[in-house]
Design a protein. Structure first.
Length: 311
């Protein structure tokens, strides 16, 4: 009898412990957050399909930056991602204290416009380009990458995003969006943007096509990149004046050509520099791969190596 009594007491304790654990877990799932997720999950998945940003990341950032839509910036300005004006914003503006006093933030007509602009913000800035090389389901890599690339100053930003994604199972929306998604196969992908120049993605690099009279200073100001850096990326003098249609990379070119591009046969009018721009690879790589230097004169019909792996 004593044994049965002890067993009954233990069983009751286990039941109460399980109920308490379930209650704690239920309380940790904030209803306001759940309502926010339900309201914006379809929009986050739509953004993933269009811009290749994980829906889980978009939702977690929206939750965190807007306080699930209850923050002052979200309520008064429909700004759910804390995006500042950055000197290029032409829409309405509001001013709030953030890292500094009275900083300029973007104001939107509705939250969905904020979601669209969040995607444009990430896709049009070179510093975030490396994130788009990650797998769409790698929410941890995206969270760490956003912090590394300077999206937020909070040292715990990445862990907060990951915590939200895992607590609310936001990662399921990444795979759900993938089921209805079809990969884009063209090499050159246009990225919708409100800037003067249209950014493209090719060879894993962001670039624009220059307009007549463009300079590094002008393009750099538009995209928030120093003219000196742009000149370095494109291996040209800082005061270089572009011709219509010239390729201008917004980030450092690759060391070698992408897989499948092993050689290039020189055509009339081409230069070593124009070839390096065409394939998005550094001039120094072309020199090293072909045992030549900057003084070498190419001629029509020459064959140049673009990659060290030729098999």
């Amino acid at each position: 009898m004593k044994f049965l009594a002890n067993l009954l007491i233990k069983s009751i304790c286990i039941v109460f412990l399980c109920l308490a654990t379930q209650n704690i877990f239920a309380q940790s799932l904030n209803k306001t957050y759940l309502d926010y997720i339900e309201k914006y999950k379809d929009e986050a998945m739509r953004q993933q399909k269009r811009y290749k940003i994980p829906a889980s990341i978009t939702l977690a950032q929206g939750l965190l930056e807007s306080g699930a839509g209850n923050g002052k910036l979200a309520k008064e300005s429909n700004n759910h991602f804390g995006i500042k004006c950055h000197g290029v914003w032409q829409g309405e503006k509001v001013y709030h204290d953030d890292d500094e006093k009275g900083e300029c933030f973007r104001k939107y007509d509705d939250p969905f416009q904020s979601y669209e602009d969040h995607s444009l913000f990430l896709t049009s800035r070179p510093r975030y380009a490396e994130l788009f090389e990650l797998d769409i389901t790698d929410y941890q890599g995206w969270a760490v990458g956003l912090k590394k690339c300077g999206y937020a100053t909070d040292k715990a930003y990445a862990s907060k995003l990951i915590g939200l994604i895992e607590l609310y199972s936001l990662y399921k929306y990444d795979t759900e969006a993938l089921k209805k998604n079809r990969p884009v196969t063209e090499e050159k992908k246009e990225i919708k943007n409100s800037t003067t120049h249209t950014p493209y993605l090719s060879w894993g690099l962001l670039y624009v096509e220059a307009k007549q009279g463009d300079t590094f200073e002008k393009i750099g100001k538009e995209f928030g990149v120093k003219a000196r850096k742009l000149a370095q990326y494109n291996e040209l003098p800082k005061d270089y004046v572009f011709n219509e249609g010239d390729i201008v990379y917004l980030q450092m070119k690759n060391k070698y050509a992408k897989k499948g591009y092993k050689y290039h046969t020189v055509k009339s009018g081409e230069s070593l520099h124009s070839i390096s721009q065409k394939y998005g690879i550094k001039l120094s790589s072309i020199f090293n791969l072909n045992n030549i230097d900057a003084n070498y004169t190419i001629k029509e019909g020459d064959t140049l190596k673009l990659n060290r792996k030729l098999k």
